[in-house]
Design a protein around this ligand. Structure first.
Ligand SMILES: [Zn+2]
Ligand SMILES: [Zn+2]
Length: 311
């Protein structure tokens, strides 16, 4: 899986940070999470083609997470999508959603499938992946998302070669778990190892809550808002955001392997104080900059961070 960070600013964009927007490429799907203002140009800088977007996930309808939707839809329309693109959002934001769709002369019905979410648990299949959504604790209804990939079998080449199985026979064995061939019975577990399920979680704009904990549980990669330093605890509680200490605790308590922190308040010129608080954690934290690209090697769990250069 590969996450491209398109914007990292809370509330208002700055000279260095665009409004929120994230793109997760995983298997054959491309999830655009929270199209904040400026998402079209950020996609160009990051080299993301509109045709790569197969799903749009909106966490909530505060401006820093959705002002870029009309522009994004125009961009997608120009690419003439051959499939309907599901757009997931909190159902309570229906009125704002319709305003955004009507913000310009744009025919989005042809390629957009609106998926308002008002009950839990919510699940939607996306090819071999499954999207899960739950309501977080923010000032307006806000969804956290988790994308799951079920455990898959990894064939041991030596064992399977010794058994004399090739091509479509291996495919059949993987599919059914058992194969009768040449008077013998073959069981998949004797020739393959079952990997672990893999998950990505996106927790944007929330206080710590049970839903965030559930969505983060054992995630290989998580994206979390991290608006304030602990000194601003009162603001975090008032505006319903996370401090960096709370984001750290959420990830550690739920055994998250890698966490990308984002959505920084514009009051901070540097993130040095955030870095200090994240030191010596078992979870691998990345304080995101716009256009960072984070890849996870699924078999080994290894993480690669690529700092993108602005073209
Ligand atoms: Zn926000
Ligand atoms: Zn918000």
């Amino acid at each position: 899986m590969q996450l491209t960070v398109l914007g990292t600013a809370a509330q208002m964009p700055t000279a260095r940070r665009n409004h929120n927007a994230y793109f997760l490429k995983w298997e054959k799907s491309g999830f655009l999470i929270d199209p904040g203002e400026g998402v079209q140009r950020q996609m160009i800088y990051a080299g993301i083609r509109p045709s790569a977007v197969t799903h749009i996930l909106i966490s909530h309808f505060h401006g820093d997470h959705c002002f870029g939707l009309p522009g994004l839809l125009q961009k997608l329309a120009a690419a003439k999508p051959k499939i309907k693109i599901p757009l997931l959002y909190p159902a309570d934001g229906e009125k704002i959603f319709r305003h955004l769709l009507g913000a310009a002369a744009l025919q989005s019905e042809e390629f957009l499938q609106a998926v308002p979410i008002n009950q839990e648990p919510f699940r939607l299949q996306a090819g071999s992946l499954q999207i899960e959504a739950q309501f977080l604790n923010h000032r307006v209804p806000a969804l956290g998302y988790r994308i799951n990939k079920a455990a898959v079998w990894h064939i041991c080449p030596k064992k399977i070669a010794a058994a004399g199985l090739t091509g479509s026979l291996i495919g059949k064995l993987k599919l059914t778990g058992k194969l009768d061939y040449n008077g013998k019975s073959f069981h998949l577990a004797d020739y393959a190892v079952l990997g672990k399920p893999i998950a990505f979680a996106a927790i944007l704009d929330t206080r710590p809550c049970d839903a965030a904990e559930r969505l983060l549980q054992n995630a290989h990669l998580a994206l979390l808002e991290c608006t304030y330093l602990p000194e601003e605890q009162a603001l975090a509680e008032n505006y319903k955001h996370l401090t960096v200490s709370e984001a750290r605790a959420l990830c550690e308590n739920n055994h998250v392997n890698n966490s990308v922190l984002t959505h920084f308040s514009q009051r901070y010129d540097t993130l040095e104080s955030f870095e200090k608080i994240l030191k010596d954690s078992l979870c691998n934290f990345i304080l995101a900059d716009d256009l960072d690209r984070i890849s996870i090697q699924e078999k080994t769990g290894e993480l690669f961070l690529q700092k993108a250069e602005r073209k």
